[in-house]
Design a protein around this ligand. Sequence first.
Ligand code: FE
Length: 248
Amino acid sequence: MITLFEKEGHKNIMFSDLTSGYMIQANQHIIIHDGEAMILDPGGHKVYSKLFAGLSDVASAKNLKYIFFSHQDPDIIASANAWLIISKAEAYLSELWMRFIPHFGADEFVINRINSIPDSGTIINLCGVELKIIPAHFLHSAGNFQVYDPVSKILYSGDLGASLGVDYDIVENFEDHIKYMEAFHRRYLPCNKAVKLWVDMIRQLDIDMIVPQHGAVFNTPEKVKSFIDWIEWLPCGIDLMKDEYKIP
Ligand code: FE
C-alpha cells in the first residue's frame, strides 16, 4: 500500500502488489475524503479479497461511496458484482459498456447501481470534492475515462502511461522508463490523432502526478510534462500499419 498524497482528511492510496501469477500487473486505487471512499479500477476476483482487506485498513466498507471503472477490461471490472454486493456504492462506467458488464455476472439486484457515464464525461462529488471524470476515448478503449482529483492534483490515467515489467513504483528517470511503456502504447492505442486531442485537453489541467493502472507513477509536474511531451508525438496503432494483414 502506497500513500501518494495525504492532507487534511484527503488521501490517495495505491496498491501495486495485489496481482499475481499469470495476471498482468495492475494497480488499484482508493481516494478518501473525510472518511468517504471511491475505489478505481478494482480488478478481478483474485484481487478482490486483498483489496477489500486494504480498503478496510483505510476506510470502512460502509463508507465506500463510489466504484469507478475506466473501461471494460477484466483487469478493471471483473469483480464488479462482488463490490456491489458488499457495499451500497454507486458504480460508474462508460455508457458503451453497460450491456456487456452483465456477462461478468452482475446480479439483478445490484445492476441498477451501475451508472452510465455519457461520452462527454461527468463530475462525481466525493464528500464535497468534485472529481472530474474526463473523456479519454480510444486511449485505449472505445469508451474510456480518466479521473482528475483537484485536491491531490492527481490524474488517474487508466491504461495511458502504463508500463510493464518495471520493478519500481515511482518513475525515477523518465528516459530510462520509456522502454517499459513503448511497446504497450504503440500496440494498444489506435492512432496518434486520439492522443493529440487528449494532450490538447489535458494541458489545461494543473497536474502534479499521473497515476496509471499498470506500472509506475509519474510523481512530479516535471515527469508529468515529460510523459505528455513524449506521448504527443508517438505514432501508434494504425499509424504504424503497413502490410500486417495476410491470410494465414
Ligand atoms: Fe485495458
